[in-house]
Design a protein around this ligand. Sequence first.
Ligand code: FES
Length: 205
Amino acid sequence: MANDGVNGGINTGRRRFLTATTAVVGAVGVGFAAVPFVSSWEPSARAKTLGAPVDVDISKLDNEPGMRMIVQWRGKPVWIFKRSSEQLAALTTLDGRLVDPKSINPDQTPDFAKNESRAIKPEIAVIVGICTHLGCSPGYYPEMQPQAFDAKWQGGFYCPCHQSRFDLAGRVFQGVPAPSNLAIPPYHYTDDSHLVIGVAPGGAA
Ligand code: FES
């Protein structure tokens, strides 16, 4: 059964969703009184908060199979979900149907995610949920079964706006309007159940 994306959808998928309330990492506003002129040119605290890294507890993903978290980072939805060993194996069979199966485009995939699963841990996907065509949020269709829009469906995302399709690693299929893979945000793990979105391994933003 299909799941919809951010804008709602069909029952079982929606039940699994959890929009995470996140903790903001970082400190702002130091030294304003001491240097009033300079500080007036600083970005506002709100702007800094909106751009700040986001700390996410992903232990919730173990509570229900197939659950997807949706976290807001820099005003964008970031999807976090688990992939089964069967789903990961299917990713290796799709290269011939994809535009950029090896994630060569550096704009969409940071170096740490240039692998088949486009992730630090293959079983945990972290993907910006915005279609690379015109910015809709694709729906989540994780089941490996034929769909009306793809008879060979192995799980992934379908954009209802202009029918672009992406696999469970966010890689775009050939013959659709979206030109490139869904973006992978910078992120890293702080322990087995926490990750920070906005900072890549080694500290790059
Ligand atoms: S916005 Fe997704 S296919 Fe056009």
